[in-house]
Design a protein around this ligand. Structure first.
Ligand SMILES: *Cc1c(COP(=O)(O)O)cnc(C)c1O
Length: 397
């Protein structure tokens, strides 16, 4: 997955443009910048590649999610449906605006189970936030029809699946809003960065203002701009955006490498009857950043994960025990441990997650192994890796 593996001359040249004029900020200083507007350029390239009208590039994927929610008018006490299997950023962004994270089971797509989503909807539900974990997507047409039926927004977290598609459309572009992360370990990196994409002009304008203290960006005197509503500072720097300008143009090159390596690894495991693969919804094409598979039992999965690690097959994850990606280890969220007092709406609105039954998620995540697909491997290395994985897995069955 990580774009940093292929950091090179193109990235350096983009950064050098910024260093040459010294304008490290994305707004203003028009005369000094010699025509270089890296954040704006990155926004234009992302919009084109994602076939959406608008892109706002910001400081991180977590910021992008927070801004996306805020720009759609989500606020205190509103409920946002999110999966039990995701990165902590999902609930962080929801809590940041005083809204309530409603955790919902995942299914064999490793993303939101549409039936579980339906049962979680209340009169306070404002958003369904599917997270396209580990390179593949949620069942978006079903989720979209649920959203339409209940007048709820669809916000796609495509941070781990940039470059994938669903029914011919880029992931992130199908919901009312979509978010990407360009942090250091994502398929495309800025070092730190993120983006919100949308076809909704009002949401875009809100995101543009909100991410820069509420600045309306009208006129040429920044200090004289007005502030129609409260905002924050979630700006990206020109240095970070410059790296993204080089990387985003390499997205298809990166996805093609991932696809080749993924296919080699998958082919190696195809003949093992105990191995089944994660379900990709019909019409979906992964970005191939991880190979995800299930084993028959939790005990066998633990054993396999251990054996792979001990044999030097690195970067295979057992999310069930992971501190950051599965609800079981989110004791800070489950125990509502915050530095200061949480808002009343959150304290009263959040279910008692210490006592909620997510065994339907455990059924899948407890048996899942996800192997990161690296860009820097040679074809020979991938072939050897696949052969070795097969031998190791066979030995424990
Ligand atoms: C990385 C990630 C984020 C957050 O992105 P940052 O840029 O690290 O803040 C959000 N959601 C998912 C699924 C991620 O993998």
């Amino acid at each position: 997955m990580p774009g940093f593996e292929l950091f090179g001359e193109k990235e350096k040249a983009q950064v050098q443009d910024v260093l040459d004029n010294g304008v490290l900020m994305r707004y203003g200083f028009d005369a000094m910048r010699n025509g270089h507007w890296k954040a704006k350029e990155l926004e234009a390239v992302v919009s084109k590649r994602m076939q959406t009208s608008y892109t706002q590039v910001v400081s991180s994927g977590t910021a992008a999610l927070t801004i996306a929610l805020a720009s759609a008018g989500v606020g205190a006490g509103d409920e946002v449906i999110m999966p039990t299997f995701t990165f902590v950023a999902s609930f962080e962004s929801i809590l940041a605006i005083g809204a309530v994270p409603v955790l919902v089971n995942v299914d064999d797509t490793l993303t939101l189970d549409p039936d579980a989503v339906k049962s979680a909807i209340t009169s306070k539900t404002k958003v369904i936030m599917p997270v396209h974990m580990c390179g593949s997507m949620a069942d978006l047409s079903v989720l979209k029809s649920i959203c339409n039926e209940h007048d709820i927004l669809l916000l796609e977290d495509a941070c781990q699946a940039i470059g994938g598609s669903y029914q011919g459309k880029p992931l992130g572009s199908i919901g009312d809003l979509g978010c990407f992360s360009f942090d250091f370990v994502k398929t495309i990196t800025c070092g730190e960065g993120g983006a919100i994409i949308t076809n909704n002009e009002a949401y875009y304008k809100n995101a543009d203002h909100y991410s820069d203290h509420g600045h309306d960006h009208v006129g040429t005197d920044r200090g004289a701009e007005s502030h129609p509503f409260l905002g924050y500072n979630f700006r990206i720097s020109e240095l970070n955006a410059a790296v993204g300008c080089a990387q985003i143009r390499r997205l298809d090159e990166f996805v093609n490498i991932q696809k080749r390596h993924y296919t080699t690894l998958r082919d190696s495991l195809l003949t093992l009857p105990e191995v089944t693969f994660r379900r990709v919804p019909e019409g979906g094409i992964e970005n191939y950043s991880f190979l995800n598979f299930f084993l028959p039992t939790e005990a066998l999965t633990r054993k396999a994960h251990k054996a792979l690690g001990e044999s030097g097959i690195d970067a295979c994850f057992y999310w069930y025990d992971n501190n950051w990606h599965y609800y079981r280890k989110w004791e800070h969220l489950l125990g509502k441990k915050s530095l200061g007092r949480l808002p009343k709406d959150v304290l009263e609105g959040m279910p008692d997650y210490q006592n909620v039954d997510f065994s339907a998620s455990d059924h899948w995540i407890g048996r899942t192994i996800s192997c990161l697909v690296k860009l820097s491997w040679t074809d020979e290395e991938v072939k050897a890796r696949g052969d070795k994985m097969k031998v190791i897995l066979k030995s424990i069955f």
